[in-house]
Design a protein around this ligand. Structure first.
Ligand SMILES: [Zn+2]
Length: 260
């Protein structure tokens, strides 16, 4: 089976990377880490097939050499048989083919056909599927590393901004993602009071002013009072100040898929 990825041209590689970016671009940092390590171990596991494919290739070359030698041998035997035949004919013998040579000739022919089938067997690339899969995973890993690097850089920039007092306000896109949900009553994850979502605000769990990111994982809808009281404090400081059981708060946030 021909591999779809074994000989990717430059533009095909770009297309594949674009496709992969579309697939993984919206993943969170945690998800990217998890995917990266999963694919990495799969990539490692599939290495054995690449080695097996190489071994097959070596065996194939070896058999091909033997095949050539055996074919030469047949030709030589054929020539010998012909010359003895013509000798016998010249001597006027009416007894037909030289038996011994004919048997040897058949053996050599059998050997050639055996080698040939061994060669064909190895020619059918037994590991191409796995090797192609590994090749694709290589590109997945490349894109995942790029995405992880981009998130890391974003955090560094965010930290740099925070340190020079340029804390960004919540981007409207993140806010929209949360507010676009239907109007419903939910509990504030900090104080546990019930509020309508429209009356809640987006809080950065790890404060933007301290380098927190404006991501889905770092933002959560909370009641206005908690948001105001928490301000630029970290969650731990806020919990202590409000006498909230921080392990319960952490637990609630983790269950919502938030990072703390
Ligand atoms: Zn609250």
């Amino acid at each position: 089976m021909a591999s779809r990825f074994s000989s990717l041209s430059k533009s095909n590689t770009e297309l594949l990377h674009k496709e992969l970016r579309a697939n993984y671009g919206s993943c969170s940092e945690i998800e990217l880490d998890r995917l990266y390590h999963e694919f990495k171990s799969e990539h490692e596991r599939l290495k054995v097939f690449l080695d097996l494919q190489r071994q097959d290739e070596d065996k194939r070359k070896d058999i091909l050499n033997k095949l050539r030698v055996a074919q030469l041998e047949i030709k030589r035997e054929e020539r010998a048989a012909y010359s003895s035949m013509s000798t016998l004919q010249r001597l006027g013998s009416i007894f037909s083919t030289p038996k011994q040579l004919s048997v040897e000739h058949d053996d050599a022919k059998r050997k050639v056909s055996e080698l040939h089938s061994q060669y064909m067997n190895l020619k059918n690339d037994r590991y191409s599927t796995e090797v192609a899969k590994r090749k694709k995973i290589y590109h997945v890993l490349k894109v995942l590393s790029e995405l992880r690097e981009e998130i890391k850089n974003k955090r560094v920039r965010s930290l740099a901004n925070a340190s020079i007092g340029k804390a960004r306000s919540t981007s409207s896109s993140t806010k929209r993602k949360h507010i676009s949900q239907t109007r419903e009553v939910i509990a504030c994850p900090y104080c546990e009071c019930q509020f309508e979502t429209v009356d809640m605000v987006l809080d950065h769990i790890y404060p933007i002013a301290k380098g927190g990111l404006d991501t889905r994982e770092n933002t959560v809808l909370v009641c206005k009072q908690c948001n105001m009281r928490k301000s630029d404090k970290t969650l731990m400081v806020f919990c202590n100040q409000m006498r909230l059981d921080h392990s319960k708060v952490f637990d609630r946030l983790l269950k919502m898929g938030k990072g703390i």
